[in-house]
Design a protein around this ligand. Structure first.
Ligand SMILES: C[S@@+](CC[C@H](N)C(=O)[O-])C[C@H]1O[C@@H](n2cnc3c(N)ncnc32)[C@H](O)[C@@H]1O
Length: 387
């Protein structure tokens, strides 16, 4: 069989057109985001007390004639977004009933993601869910666009949430793609353990993106509204993206991914330049970086911010996998594919992308170390009130 080669379209997307190809894996197969988002679900469960307490403490919007508008920014396709929107609707509905008796306003939820998201699946699952759980019924709409842009008319949103999404940057910083420059990310596809100049270029992009996100929400939200964000993040006072060795050793974007790219090069399937042109557009912010963003933007009162560790799977599961590392490799690779397969497919083409994830799976299945340390990742959770 002929070796897969680079498609004509390889590197056809540029750092700034990333939004046309970026999405979680749609559909409902083994690689899909709906079937590989348990760790994000766990993060939502852990952070829910902060969401509920911020909804409990806001002043109720007194004009009950217009609906309460909720948006989930970066909703993807699955049950996590419904779980969060249900929590918002239930919490506010109970409060309205307690304060005003039987009357509660109507609720409208806007599910927002990039245009390449599988919105068809989202609405199919929502319709099935609402048929069964009628009490949580609300009006729903989809909004295709970037949360780094304006998505709603001025002063119309009461509750904006964003879950496990804001660590994805709007683009790969252009400076890390400039061949031969000090900021060129040569030999790597991400920033962990990378050159100071590369990390700084990512930090700068992250700052600009956070400013754009907050400025847009400031315009769209009503005064007194709640902004709740859960995103991959790092602890206070750390410069490393993961803040400690355990997380770093475990994270899919670091050592194993770099090894899989190197495997493709060593086997002559791609050249170094192809690997060097690929970068993961993600950045884990620290609490200080988030607080500074709110200070620059104004218009919000930051109420709570916490760093949390999310353990990715149970001890029982870990024991099972120790006996069957191949299943572990498959599980891990499916989760990574759910998040970045569309991006790697668009870059390498489906055949080489398949080869890449095969190397990745092989690396994970044969690395015994992974199953002998607790695997977690860090998230930053914060809530703010629009003032
Ligand atoms: C890891 S998924 C999280 C999905 C869901 N919120 C959850 O918690 O399961 C991240 C989502 O953010 C979306 N996303 C990333 N950048 C975005 C942007 N600039 N605008 C809108 N959505 C974006 C991705 O397409 C993806 O669906």
């Amino acid at each position: 069989m002929e070796s897969p080669s680079l498609p004509m379209t390889a590197k056809g997307w540029t750092t700034t057109s990333l939004h046309r190809v970026f999405a979680m894996k749609g559909g409902e197969d083994d690689l899909s985001y709906v079937n590989n988002s348990d760790s994000q679900a766990l993060a939502i469960t852990l952070s829910k007390p902060i969401l509920i307490s911020s909804l409990q403490s806001i002043k109720l919007f007194s004009d009950q004639t217009s609906p309460i508008r909720i948006t989930d920014l970066g909703c993807a396709t699955g049950s996590n977004t419904f779980d969060c929107v249900d929590t918002v609707v239930q919490t506010l509905r109970r409060r309205y009933t307690a304060v005003y008796g039987g009357g509660s306003p109507e609720f409208e939820a806007f599910f927002c993601d990039l245009p390449s998201n599988d919105f068809n699946l989202l609405f199919k699952l929502l319709t099935e869910k609402q048929r069964v759980h009628s009490p949580e019924k609300y009006f729903a709409g989809g909004v295709a666009g970037s949360f780094y842009d304006r998505l709603f008319p001025r002063g119309t949103i009461h509750v904006a949430v964003s879950l496990s999404a804001l660590h994805w940057l709007s683009q790969i910083p252009e400076r890390v793609m400039e061949k031969g420059s000090r900021t060129w990310n040569k030999g790597k596809t991400w920033i962990e353990g990378g050159k100071k100049e590369v990390v700084e270029a990512y930090a700068e992009q992250s700052e600009k993106d956070l400013d754009d996100f907050l400025t847009c929400r400031k315009e769209e939200m009503v005064k007194g509204g709640v902004l709740f964000v859960l995103m991959a993040g790092r602890p206070s006072g750390t410069s490393s993206q993961f803040g400690d060795q355990d997380t770093r050793a475990k994270h899919p974007f670091t050592v194993t991914m770099e090894q899989a790219w190197q495997d493709l090069i060593d086997e002559g399937l791609i050249d170094e330049e192809t690997r060097d042109g690929f970068n993961i557009p993600a950045y884990m912010r620290s609490p200080e970086e988030v607080a500074a963003g709110f200070d620059r933007c104004g218009g919000f009162k930051l109420e709570k911010m916490e760093f949390m560790k999310v353990i990715e799977h149970s001890d029982e599961k870990q024991e099972e996998w120790k006996k069957d590392p191949v299943s572990y490799g498959r599980f891990r690779t499916n989760s990574v594919q759910a998040a970045i397969r569309p991006m790697v497919d668009a870059y390498l083409g489906p055949d080489l992308s398949h080869e890449f994830f095969k190397r990745y799976e092989n690396r994970v299945s044969t690395n015994r170390e992974f199953l002998h340390i607790t695997c977690f990742y860090g998230v930053l959770v914060f809530s703010a009130i629009r003032i």
